[in-house]
Design a protein around this ligand. Structure first.
Ligand SMILES: NC(=O)c1ccc[n+]([C@@H]2O[C@H](COP(=O)([O-])OP(=O)(O)OC[C@H]3O[C@@H](n4cnc5c(N)ncnc54)[C@H](O)[C@@H]3O)[C@@H](O)[C@H]2O)c1
Length: 382
């Protein structure tokens, strides 16, 4: 039995990860300061499915599975609380998902930009100190973002190269928001700490995650993860899928010719499982891109509309002005996938967006708020 500490375990990704590892018989502890629930209220966002309070989620999981998850309400930026939880949980593996995940939120104003650096970047420095002072070897797995590559073009798994240069460069980071800046800074900190303290660290650079089902959460409403479809916290595929389900135009920012990497929630969980099962040696910092497909936002919208049409739903696209500062046409070439080589058989979008998927969204029709899908945060000076 592996002892696993999930930082940010109340979140969209952290919660299904905690459930999955607990279901497999591991000893799982969650630490979360519930900040996301507060940020969500500030922005008027609301998850599509009701998200139960954490104590209720954990109780419901025990009733369903007979398995326990320990949880602590605590802030990773509070080093005393973090050390206490490390000493109590004594983890073999730490999965770090505690951060502020939204680009638009980070661009709201100065305070939100700073909150993002504090939670995502400075919090990670605390985590690194906690890992290096642990009494036994810990594998630190950090959920980073492919967004940190930003405007970079040709990216190779684990060692992106720039302009065909011979030296493999780990970091072709050119972030396009304060949130991506935090993720890029996190990468540099992980690399440094791994070299300096001989730590075993994997950074998983995730594509944009979509979907709400995992084997651990399906069919149990009270275990649902926090699925957002709004313009601040909802990723583009999640927003499109809700828009397609209710026949609302799929709102494309600008040309839609920005290419992005995508990843289903279920495959996100599988990939983290494979990563945990195969830790790098002490003193090794490993970067793995974790994505299933690369496509432009326009292609995503077409495939989404086709999937909706197959189950009798009709919608259309609508181009709206892009409030972000990003390349309007942005090719993204990704080579190699170590997680595929490690055995991950990624699903395509169409395998996730079946009839059941759209029906589950429509079951929550009364909770859908059209206003929160409108993009309103400008990237330029305000
Ligand atoms: N969702 C995606 O598509 C995606 C894609 C790439 C990378 N990521 C990264 O994965 C991580 C998790 O993303 P998510 O979508 O699950 O976000 P989320 O907001 O749903 O979950 C993050 C959790 O961390 C908690 N948290 C934040 N600051 C904390 C702190 N200081 N101490 C303790 N807990 C704290 C929040 O309360 C929340 O429950 C983020 O770092 C994000 O950048 C997400």
């Amino acid at each position: 039995m592996t002892k696993i500490l999930v930082l940010g375990g109340d979140g969209y990704l952290g919660w299904p990860l905690a459930l999955s590892f607990a279901e497999q018989g591991n000893h799982v502890t969650i630490m979360d300061n519930l900040a996301k629930r507060k940020w969500e209220m500030e922005c008027g966002s609301m998850p599509l499915f009701e998200v139960f309070p954490i104590h209720r989620r954990v109780l419901n999981f025990k009733e369903q599975s007979g398995k326990e998850i320990q949880y602590f309400i605590g802030d990773v930026t509070n080093v005393g609380a973090l050390y206490h939880i490390f000493d109590t949980a004594n983890p073999d593996v730490v999965i770090h998902c505690a951060g502020q995940p939204s680009g638009p939120f980070s661009m709201r104003n100065r305070a939100s930009a700073i909150i993002t650096q504090e939670n995502s970047y400075l919090g990670t420095i605390n985590v690194l100190f906690a890992v290096q002072r642990a009494m036994r070897p810990v594998h630190l797995v950090v959920l980073g973002s492919m967004g940190a590559y930003g405007i970079s073009g040709n990216i190779r798994d684990g060692s992106p190269e720039v302009d065909g240069g011979k030296e493999p460069l780990l970091f072709t980071n050119q972030p396009e928001s304060f949130q991506q800046l935090a993720n890029a800074n996190v990468s540099v900190a992980l690399s440094f700490a791994s070299r300096n303290w001989e730590l075993s660290i994997t950074e998983l650079r995730l594509g944009l995650v979509y979907g709400f089902w995992t084997t651990a959460t399906s069919d149990v409403p009270s275990l649902q993860t926090s699925f957002y479809y709004d313009a601040v916290f909802g990723t583009v595929a999640n927003r499109f899928s809700v828009q397609a389900a209710i026949g609302h135009p799929l709102t494309i920012y600008g040309s839609g010719r920005q290419e992005r990497a995508f990843l289903s929630l279920q495959d996100m969980v599988y990939g983290v499982g494979l990563t945990v099962a195969d830790p790098p040696a002490m003193g090794t910092f490993r970067v793995l891109n974790h994505f299933s497909e690369v496509m432009s936002v326009e292609d995503l919208s077409e495939r989404m509309l086709a999937a909706a049409k197959r189950v009798g739903l009709t919608a259309r696209v609508k181009h709206v002005p892009n409030r972000r500062v990003e390349r309007d046409v942005h090719p993204c070439v990704l080579e190699g996938s170590q997680l595929k080589d490690m055995g991950l058989n990624y699903k395509r979008l169409e395998q996730i967006l079946d009839e059941n998927y759209f029906r589950t969204i429509l079951n929550e029709k009364d909770r859908i708020d059209l206003d929160i899908m409108e993009s309103y945060i400008p990237w330029r000076k305000h």
